[in-house]
Design a protein around this ligand. Structure first.
Ligand SMILES: O=C([C@H](O)CO)[C@H](O)[C@H](O)COP(=O)(O)O
Length: 213
């Protein structure tokens, strides 16, 4: 069953907890965005897991080196999943996986900036990561001519477990799920909405509608 992940790109623990409280009934995974973790440190991970022990807490560390050390910090703080950059060497991913095994948790590889996201996804799945994020980051999304269709096409070709992140919203989430993504990641479409709970509910319903077809 496909999952909905809310990406919280807000900057304080207080704001992140307030948003999570509104949208938790509709999401499976609560992502603490990289800017949020950089601003608040690992305490935001602990605060979120304490508030939502029934949800998967995703710490978007975007680790590029020292994989075991960084992943261990986040898992000790309460994270269920952490991200390592696909552009990092396999040794970094393997290090994070070692920490994940020690804590009974998981690693997700983020493909931001990687030239061939599908090829890298197929490589790193072999290492034992949970899934691979086909991801166009905020800067890429703001580049002229960007379209999420690129990620949707890649998901169709990948043949391994993937999520899609990079402007998921109500107009494209059906295509995201139909392409085979196991997780749809929505940030601005939820935290930037006038009514975040309603936005999350509509995204959830769109996912569920694909499943019952
Ligand atoms: O991971 C993200 C980005 O790198 C900043 O941390 C976003 O959370 C991700 O791109 C999803 O956000 P939207 O594109 O706004 O849906």
């Amino acid at each position: 069953m496909a999952k909905l992940q809310v990406a919280i790109d807000l900057l304080t623990t207080e704001d992140a907890l307030a948003l999570a409280a509104k949208v938790a009934p509709y999401v499976d995974i609560i992502e603490l965005g990289t800017p949020l973790i950089k601003n608040m440190g690992s305490t935001v991970i602990t605060a979120m897991k304490n508030a939502h022990p029934d949800k998967l807490v995703f710490a978007d560390l975007k680790t590029a080196d020292a994989g075991e050390l960084e992943a261990d910090i986040a898992f000790k703080a309460g994270a269920d999943l952490v991200t390592v950059m696909g552009a990092a060497g396999n040794a970094t991913i393997i290090g994070a996986l070692k920490a994940a095994k020690a804590h009974g948790k998981g690693v997700v590889v983020d493909t931001i900036g990687y030239p061939d996201r599908v090829k890298r996804a197929q490589e790193v799945i072999e290492l034992g990561v949970e899934f691979v994020e086909l991801h166009a980051g905020l800067d890429e999304q703001w580049t002229d001519g960007y379209s999420i269709q690129v990620l949707i096409d890649e998901a169709g070709r990948a043949g391994v477990p993937v999520s899609i992140a990079g402007g998921v919203n109500l107009s494209n989430i059906t295509a995201v799920i139909e392409a085979g993504a196991q997780v749809a990641v929505a940030g601005a479409a939820i935290y930037g909405a006038e009514d975040p709970a309603r936005a999350a509910k509509e995204l959830r319903e769109a996912i569920d509608a694909v499943l019952v077809e």
